[in-house]
Design a binder for this molecule. Structure first.
Ligand code: SAM
Length: 270
């Protein structure tokens, strides 16, 4: 494997690594949205599978998948995130079948050639930080056999909650910030590009090696995490939002209008 070199996004997330879990992972909304992704992961992946996790962050999903009987190779561009993930594993699940590696998603091909996987997982927008998804799809295709599932969770381009929330606060720039398909994020002073591909663009980027099986909204009436304090004081409302989302999250007109969308793709061909 090549010497690890991070990206600007990786350096930016380094600065967030120690607070990421308290800000997002353990927030009421973070838990609510992750629960949906976990439900889908348990359906898509089988016990005994070896899963490649991209942009694993602090390792919350990798440890969950390992507890569900999978082996996970979990990668992230941020050394700080990888350190947090290793620390969490040492503390909470020392024997877990997970290996955390510092690796940019753009460099999957630098993993040892002998490493092949039964599925691929990416949660909560790490792939929105990658400009060339066609190259990622090609690199992944060489590590997977026909029928292997990919579960990839992206930030959407059109988030109904975000539009309403920022318009009501008189900030149209933020309300429509994702609409052009690209923004510049700024984390603790470090700027990096974030992309918001449409479902059609993702279908094209992953073809012909992968076909799109389904798209599911994650956080449709359940709001984005910056509304957490408002929701925390309204638990019954959150339950109602979760129930509505459960009913409508796969409806064609709605599945790309939440905070996130979860794409289930499948390797086709040899
Ligand atoms: C919003 S966090 C999500 C983390 C985790 N998947 C989760 O569900 O909590 C996005 C993650 O993507 C990682 N990331 C951003 N760009 C990346 C890249 N090019 N390659 C690998 N990881 C990247 C960041 O370091 C960060 O950990």
């Amino acid at each position: 494997m090549n010497t690890f070199e991070t990206s600007t996004a990786g350096l930016a997330f380094d600065r967030l690594a120690t607070t990421y879990d308290s800000l997002f992972t353990f927030s009421v909304i973070g838990r609510s949205q992750r629960k949906v992704v976990w439900g889908r992961a348990l359906k898509a992946f089988t016990r005994g599978s070896h899963i490649l996790e991209l942009n694993c962050g602090t390792g919350q999903d990798a440890l969950f998948l390992a507890e569900a009987g999978m082996t996970v190779t979990a990668c992230d561009a941020s050394l700080g995130m990888i350190e947090q993930a290793r620390y969490k594993m040492a503390l909470e699940a020392p024997g877990a079948t997970v290996e955390f590696l510092p690796l940019r998603t753009e460099e999957i091909d630098t993993l040892p050639q002998t490493l092949c996987f039964d599925g691929v997982f990416s949660n909560f927008s790490g792939l929105n930080c990658v400009g060339n998804l066609t190259s990622v799809a090609q690199q992944l295709s060489e590590r997977l056999t026909s029928g292997a599932p990919l579960l990839l969770c992206f930030s959407t381009r059109y988030c109904l909650w975000e539009i309403a929330y920022f318009l009501l606060r008189g900030d149209p720039r933020k309300a429509f910030r994702r609409w052009s398909g690209m923004t510049e994020a700024c984390l603790d002073g470090l700027k990096f590009p974030v992309y918001y591909p449409s479902i059609a663009q993702l279908r094209i980027a992953f073809a012909p090696e992968f076909r799109l099986v389904s798209t599911t909204a994650v956080g449709l009436t359940v709001p984005p995490s910056y509304v957490d304090s408002w929701v925390t004081s309204r638990p019954r409302l959150l339950k109602l939002f979760e129930a509505i989302d459960e009913t409508v999250r796969t409806w064609p007109g709605l599945r790309a209008l939440g905070d996130h969308m979860l794409l289930h793709l499948e390797r086709v061909g040899p």
